[in-house]
Design a protein around this ligand. Structure first.
Ligand code: 0RA
Length: 655
């Protein structure tokens, strides 16, 4: 019977079947990695693109740990022709001497035993938490092949594996000048649903790591045909440069980021903040290089300190009248871009995605560090202090105005006795579960939709392009926009604190815009508005996107509608190769919904029997909010990218 080693047994390990005859140790090892292969998502989150990229992060995190411990300064990542990956670092190299209890080379233990990482006391701060830190053995288990080269003690060592099993034992293959580790692996295509690495995805994480570790140089090289590329990420300024990067070309309120870096009770607290003239907050927090999307004690401490310090300074300076007026945290964080990075020895990660720091002692530590540093900065830079406070005061006023605007929407509705907007062509049924509201771009398309619809359960609200202007505005402005107000009235739910999902007049709200760039822009703006002001409608799964066709292909009496080029070409082929007919094939490209007659619009886009509508999902709200932040900013490029990537939010589904 195999010896039980609970410390190493994975949570998912099946019951010991007692493989007598095999060495206890080898059974244990096999079982460990087999558990990973059987339930990979348990270890890397998913077997989709995200999980695939996680393999790279896992190896890189180990290299970063060497950097945190002060031994490594360079990490090089290469995406090879065949979607294999190499990660090279100049750290100490994975130990090659015989492990005391396992009686195997350390490198073999690290790569074949689950959670073997904890067996080494390698550095004070480790990248560990959430899905990180599961260990390189997990990468090994999920790789068709993996090879490792370790430079240590003047020698170059080598080992090879297949699907987690050792195929070449540790061997010295030559001399080595310095120290370091090279890991080459080819993800197992039988496990992952996505097998191509996305350069931008890897670049984003590596760039982030370089910002977070200012002494680190990280390179990323893509060797694949047609997309060869190489970038080096190195930021001497660390978090201050990170903030500048995040700020993009938004106009800063003060010339330089405010930075702090102090260690108390073994916790290192690093941060950089800068205000811009906009209205959005952009806060990113990290613990040991991991993005704490859900925040936690470090962020709570930071926010409390910021609110307190700014209020105190404002009072001291006579900018606020004694107790009569206090700025709220939200007021003070308007226009703030912030990166907070703390290093904690024994981080406790909580929350749905295990990205929320739970260590209670960290809150007070961060608060003290930020109070001290920020207080000192404000005293030394009174003009910056006053600019920040003036901005927060104006935010407070705007918030008050927004409250009034919301009330106005509510009162107006009450006053009008629930009267619906004149522009709305409502449906005759009243059960919201059955009713659909089409938000249609432009009056002409609105006209076609009104004529083409099934008026029993389909309502039409034409919107003009004007909502474009709300994109950078504060809530009070947004709510004073005619189009937006009309929409809210039609939806019936109210907005902000007044929101009530039960009052929704339709359970399907379908955004129908032109299939061009302008249409995508309007759709994105509507999504942004829903996200910011009517999030619950997205949560409830009420928001959809219509999919109008791009082409009509006709020959004689036969006609087809195509939703992309490929489909179009298919239909054209069919019509040209088909039985001899007369007349030629006519291809019409729809530039807008308005070019379709009511009947065509119904058939292609509105008839539940034939249409495709995409449900907007906020599955990854964190990612979404970051993207929306990007979208709300002044930068054009990220906005364009967002619009292109908009499909990320939608899941193919027709009901
Ligand atoms: C265990 C112990 C030590 C280093 C490492 C693992 C290590 C792992 C990886 C994975 C990629 N690069 C790596 N670099 C180092 C500490 C070794 C010592 O104490 O000398």
């Amino acid at each position: 019977m195999a010896k039980a080693k609970p410390a190493r047994a994975p949570a998912t390990a099946s019951k010991d079947k007692g493989n007598g005859g095999y060495q206890a140790d080898s059974i244990q090892v096999l079982k460990g990695l087999e558990a990973v292969r059987r339930r990979p998502a348990m270890y890397i989150g998913s077997v989709s693109a995200r999980g695939l990229h996680h393999l790279v992060y896992e190896v890189v995190d180990n290299s970063v740990d060497e950097a945190l411990a002060g031994f490594s300064t360079k990490i090089a990542v290469t995406i090879h022709q065949d979607n294999a990956i190499t990660v090279v670092d100049d750290g100490r190299g994975i130990p090659v001497d015989t492990h005391k209890t396992e009686k195997k080379p350390g490198v073999e233990v690290a790569l074949t035993m689950l959670h073997a990482g904890g067996k080494f006391d390698k550095s004070t701060y480790k990248v560990s938490g959430g899905l990180h830190g599961v260990g390189v053995s997990v990468v090994n288990a999920l790789s068709e092949k993996l090879e490792v080269w370790v430079d240590r003690d003047g020698k170059r060592h080598h080992m090879a594996f297949e699907r987690g099993e050792t195929t070449k034992k540790l061997e010295v293959i030559g001399k080595a000048k310095g120290t370091g580790t090279t890991v080459w692996f080819k993800p197992d295509t039988s496990i992952f649903t996505e097998t191509r690495f996305d350069y931008a995805t890897l670049a984003n994480r590596l760039r982030e790591l370089a910002f977070l570790n200012k002494s680190l140089t990280i390179t990323l090289k893509d060797e694949r045909k047609g997309q060869a590329k190489e970038e080096t990420f190195f930021y001497k300024g660390g978090l201050a440069e990170f903030v500048k990067y995040l700020l993009g070309n938004r106009k800063p309120l003060h010339p330089k980021p405010i930075v702090f870096d102090a260690t108390r009770e073994g916790v290192q607290v690093e941060g950089a903040i800068q205000y811009d003239e906009g209205y959005n907050e952009n806060t990113f927090s990290f613990v040991n290089n991991i993005n704490t999307h859900e925040g936690g004690t470090h962020l709570t401490g930071f926010k409390a300190a910021l609110t307190r310090t700014i209020n105190e300074w404002a009072k001291k300076d006579g900018l606020l009248k004694k107790e009569e007026f206090t700025l709220t945290g939200d007021d003070i964080r308007e226009g703030l871009t912030c990166v907070l990075h703390v290093k904690v020895k024994d981080p406790q990660f909580e929350g749905q995605t295990k990205t929320k720091l739970g260590n209670s002692e960290v809150e007070g530590i961060v608060k003290t560090v930020v109070n001290d540093a920020l207080g000192e900065f404000l005293d030394k830079n009174p003009s910056v202090a006053r600019a920040i406070i003036a901005k927060a005061v104006s935010a407070a006023r705007a918030r008050e105005a927004a409250r009034k605007a919301r009330e106005l929407v509510r009162r107006k509705n009450a006053l009008e006795g629930g009267l619906l907007p004149g522009k709305l062509a409502d449906c005759s049924l009243t059960d919201p579960k059955l009713c659909e509201l089409y938000l249609v771009e432009g009056d002409s398309a609105g006209g076609s939709a009104k004529q083409g619809r099934d008026r029993g359960y389909q309502a039409i609200l034409p919107l003009r392009g004007k909502i474009l202007n709300v994109q950078k505005a504060r809530v009070d402005k947004i709510l004073s926009n005619e189009e937006i107000r009309t929409m809210i009235t039609a939806l019936g739910t109210g907005v902000g604190e007044d929101f009530n999902l039960d009052e929704a007049r339709y359970h399907k709200i379908i955004i129908m815009t032109d299939a061009d760039v302008d249409g995508a822009h309007i759709r994105t703006l509507l999504l942004t508005f829903f996200y910011k002001e009517l999030k619950h409608l997205i949560d409830a799964g009420y928001i959809y996107i219509a999919q109008p066709p791009l082409f009509r292909i006709a020959k004689g009496k036969e006609e087809f509608y195509a939703y992309d080029e490929k489909e179009r070409d298919g239909f054209v082929k069919r019509l040209t190769n088909g039985a001899e007919g007369h007349g030629s094939v006519v291809i019409q490209r729809y530039k807008g919904l308005g070019e379709m007659n009511p009947d065509q619009l119904w058939k292609t886009t509105m008839d539940p029997a034939t249409r495709t509508i995409l449900k907007v999902e906020m599955e990854d709200a964190v990612e979404a909010s970051e993207l929306f932040e990007t979208l709300m900013g002044d930068e054009v490029e990220p906005r364009r990218k967002f619009i292109e990537a908009n499909a990320k939010f939608v899941r193919n589904l027709d009901v």
